[in-house]
Design a binder for this molecule. Sequence first.
Ligand code: PRX
Length: 648
Amino acid sequence: MEPTDYYPVPHAVAKHANLDANDYQQLYQYSITHPEQFWEEQAKARLSFSKSWDTVHNSNLSQGKIRWFEGAQLNIAYNCIDRHLKKHADKVAFIFEHNDPTQSYSLTYQQLHEQVCKLANVLKAYGIEKGDRVCIYLPMIAEAAIAMLACARIGAIHSVVFGGFSADALANRIDDCQAKVMITSDGGYRGNKITPVKANVDKALQHTSYIKHVIVIEVTKTPIDWNSERDIWYHHVMEKANNDCPCEPMQAEDPLFILYTSGSTGKPKGVLHTSAGYLLYAATTFDYTFDYHEGDIFWCTADIGWITGHSYCVYGPLANGATSVLFGGTPDYPDYSRFWQVIDKHQVNLFYTAPTAIRSLMRQGNAPLQTTSRQSLRILGSVGEPINPEAWHWYYHHVGQERCRVVDTWWQTETGGHLLTPLPGATPLKPGCATQPFLGIQPAILDTDGNECQGACEGILVIKQDWPGMLRSIWQNHQRFIDTYLAPYKGYYFTGDGAKRDQDGDYWITGRMDDILNVSGHRFSTAEIESTLVKHPAVAEAAIVGYPHDTKGQGIYAYITLMNNTQPSDDLKKQLISYVRQKMGPIYGIDLIQWAPNLPKTRSGKIMRRLLRKIAANKLDNLGDTSTLADSDALNNLIEDRQNIETP
Ligand code: PRX
């Protein structure tokens, strides 16, 4: 390895960090040899319970039973807000940085408490009880966090649906969890555009009948349709609501939220997280990974609609009593210096974003950086996809001026928090490498027969033991939970990712092993896009693969077989692209379409995706074994035709 590709921990950093290399080694060994004691100590130090547990850990991974702190009672909103009030009522919990930089404001813990209590009372008044589901479909505004916490306060289960999903996708998610109340807004801001939010809800609610009340937050003041039997203005009901709302005592294993994520078989999975274990894991990872110190200003740029927003915009920082920035804008508005301006404006110390954002900003060169100082920064985080070394170097050398540790955090919706990550004061950095397991996490690499590999190797990434932040089930489908994560390799949690372990024991994620794409850090199921495309009357068959894309990481490449009577045209390509965006949501942007009169299939009729991926990537020199192909003409035609398609 080149010496420049290795960044040891500077002495001064180790000295001031929460954990240095020795601490980490000792604590890690303890955490995996004595997991119950370790997590019990963490729980006592980090959370407040109204009743203590009977058992710390009562799990059986093979049977799909995961239980932490059984018998204990707590309330998540109490842990995130109320218990901080005694000392920190006037401390800022959230700095909301509006899309329009002139409209930012702060919310103290006391103010957050008041808003959360009021909304919790509103939800109760509309019939929400412990265990009921509430759907939250909002742009990135502070009320999104308030809504989540209001649910947690009364024991309702929130299901946040990212604002970039379509009305159909929203309706499916409402149906799956049978949500009774929807919290939404009139519209949302995205740079200089206004997005329709309420209109999508109205459309979704034509296809599902579970939602009885829609609470609408006024954000953009754009005209919307109004159904007076169902729709309620947030500001009207909040004005009259009582600001005293007791916290519902919750069992440690009571559900906290459902968050839908793409599954390789198409239908999204309602990942279920429960209360004590999830919060403990979010709180512990927040503290150690970002080396949080009292007074630090933290900024996670993720939208609350994703797990990163749940764990590191809301639950992790608040459980630590931290101050964090919530960002309602985009990295390019009003111009490409926005992130850096916000960092200076709020004196952000700990910054957490995605490689796709880093790559798109890197492409703008260093001029936008030069208008800012970024001297407040101490830690730079990355999440959601592999960070390529070029982007890592730019982040480290230019954004962080070689002063900040870069934490490349690998984790998933299902894991609740970071599983592999460098710790700022403990772990030497390698660009593009997620390095070491977090405390209590035992990764292993398996070969295709399911045997554990030792030493430096490459294979299937699994986790050997459950941990408090792990998902407990798939909503209303426990068998799918077992089949997806626990049955593939008995006794292990199957991550779906491949990884390499190097000679130092550091882990490098090599990408998904299933048919999931990672586009700009978002998970997309190829099967889901294919089944949408074949609903279009012109499409007979579709196969989706990913291909390397400069900013998005992966782009979406569609091979489409048209109906016999349909002529291919550029216009039809545009129609199909917009059909998918409209049906699935604007984030589902197909990048390239190639017409495929026939798809390369095996004799048993299986599409040979391996070949389609090579053609899409234009890597035609070594196609591997093609002997099982039923018809080699289909393949040759696609290869020939690929040359006519320009990769953007
Ligand atoms: O493939 C891994 C990739 O994102 C997947 C999880 O996606 P999601 O559930 O949407 O959660 C994203 C935010 C945690 C993983 O299976 N991934 C996530 N972080 C990294 C990553 N791949 C490489 N390096 C990472 N740091």
